[in-house]
Design a binder for this molecule. Structure first.
Ligand code: THU
Length: 131
């Protein structure tokens, strides 16, 4: 498993590719699969605002679409005073694939906080059970 700062550096790099002309809020993500492969993501906005996709889900969908089934840790970064937290939609989608996921949240100055996805999404909706 990569050091948190190493994964965060990859998220920062991915953030440079963010397409955010509407909000001007650029987000970067880097997700480490169980295989050790890293999947990066950035937010991609659209003039039809609802079609925007968050950085976290871009990284997750890249991994899933390449055959990765589970993920161990995710780094998220944006230009914020403290930490960039994932939105509720991303928390739910991440939980589906990796209920043990470690989430590293930070800012451009190197501030960093670590929580599990279960801490970020307590009492998560879980209808699929043991499927
Ligand atoms: N955004 C993310 O990429 N991740 C989050 O967890 C929260 C929000 C993006 C979506 C949009 O492009 C911009 O940040 C402002 O909401």
């Amino acid at each position: 498993m990569l050091e948190p700062q190493t994964l965060m550096a990859k998220a920062k790099e991915a953030r440079l590719h963010a397409y955010a002309p509407y909000s001007k809020f650029k987000v970067g993500a880097a997700l480490e699969g169980k295989s050790g492969q890293i999947y990066t993501g950035c937010n991609i906005e659209n003039q039809a605002y609802g079609s925007t996709m968050c950085a976290e889900r871009v990284s997750l969908f890249k991994g899933i679409s390449e055959g990765e089934k589970e993920f161990v840790q995710l780094a998220i970064v944006a230009d914020v005073p403290d930490y960039c937290y994932p939105c509720g939609n991303c928390r739910q989608v991440l939980m589906e694939f990796s209920p043990q996921l470690k989430v590293i949240m930070g800012n451009l100055e190197g501030k960093l906080i670590v929580r599990t996805i279960a801490e970020l999404l307590p009492l998560a909706f879980d209808w699929k059970g043991d499927l």
